[in-house]
Design a protein around this ligand. Sequence first.
Ligand code: SF4
Length: 506
Amino acid sequence: MENRVYNYLNEKAPPVREDRLKACSAFGGSCCVLSEGIRKGCLNGTRRQFSQTQGCTLVLSLAILNTVRNAVIVVHGPIGCGGGNIFFAGISKAFKQLRDPKADGLIWINTNLDEADSISGGETKLKDAILFAEKEFRPEAIIVVNSCVPAIIGDDVESVVRDLQKSVAAKIVTVHCEGFRSKIMATAYDSVYHGILRNLVVGNEKPQKDYIDDEERYRAELAKSKTVNLLNVSSMSYGDELELKRILEALGLKVRILPCYSTPKDFEEVHEAALNVSICSTHDDYFVGHLKEHYNIPYVLETIPIGIENTNKWVLDIAGHFGIREQAERLVERETKELNKALEPYKKAFAGKSVFLAGGEIRVLATAQLLQDLGLEVLGMKGYHFDEFGEKLISTVKNNDNLVFNIATGQPFEQSNLLNKLKPDVYVGHVGGNVWAAKQGFPIFPIFSQAVNYMGYSGAFEVARRLNRILKNNSFNKNISRYTRLPYYNSWYEEDPFKYIENHGG
Ligand code: SF4
């Protein structure tokens, strides 16, 4: 990361993660083989001979962009692209209004490209949609989200937007997140940040104080202001935001949260920060890397504040940038002592229980470490993809050498086979994977929900409290499994779960 160059803003889209981070999207084997393979760079480009499902970067991009306030989303594509917004609409309004009671709900328009448009082009429909959004809603920003069809037929989205921007008051932001470009959904984070950086940050800075030319003085003033950008790309709940703010404010820092739930204008001030604070390297390396290149803002990137050890490290890393490590050590000691005392009864209840975890690899590894600290045995993990950032964290999971790790976005057939063999007492996973495990009768603990606190000290307690309740009575999912079945022949469960991954396990 330190040696990587972030200079992609002259391009209309960022490179895909397969190229930029040499990430791996298909693997099944032990953690030690995975770790070695990533270090040697030989897992980049691994493939499946059979793939059941695939994630789409446009869908993940929308999950982030839908939260931006005072903005209209234009999905440029067939009506099905962005159809998932029907699911997001209510959620997005409720969680926007938690932060700002006057916030509008989600407003989105689809250019509804049809067969004729895929021959004659969709640029006219895009232009009409942008003008309609401007006239009807007068937003601060119109965010154009580009899908596969216009990218394949060659719509010149950038030219359309450049011409329209002269007559449209709203800032037009283009986000190129076509699903076909990458098998790694996390490329969506780069696409969203790329659009924000190009259209709302660089060149849109709020007028500076007169000492802007004096870099040293400017940085010293910023350090004194103790303002930090805390980055949330939709995997931090409101409860998480409150908890992380509580911790950082206890250290005397001023916290600005973005990009989720912020307004387009908020990005004009993004460079006026003493430190960028990430909660996950999978999310933010592209953004903090570019802000370091452009404005020389340092960052904290490599720890996710989930679990006691990781939260402590996150707090101490941040404090180190402000020279207040001793103050932070006292805070960490006090919080840890109180939390450990509160967790004691749960540790007894979790003794002898086992767990399988699935989700984003950084979150999975940190949550696995927390659950081990709580006394559970980790039987295996599944991450959407894997790269150098995951490799740095993998050793924090105890006894990991022979633990099974599956890298898959979707692919429920692999997971179902694996769970059938491992038989954990509880499955910790994400929306999308949870229902498959529930149908097999496993109790489910969601690894993330917008309504629940997972991060910081209070988050660790909440995980223990809720997990204990789920483990006390698992009859609901057991009953589901008695009356439903997954669509696989019994013979599939006799097979190697990673049979269709080429060179799996190295
Ligand atoms: S993969 Fe392409 S066509 Fe399918 S939903 Fe995503 S952007 Fe649309």
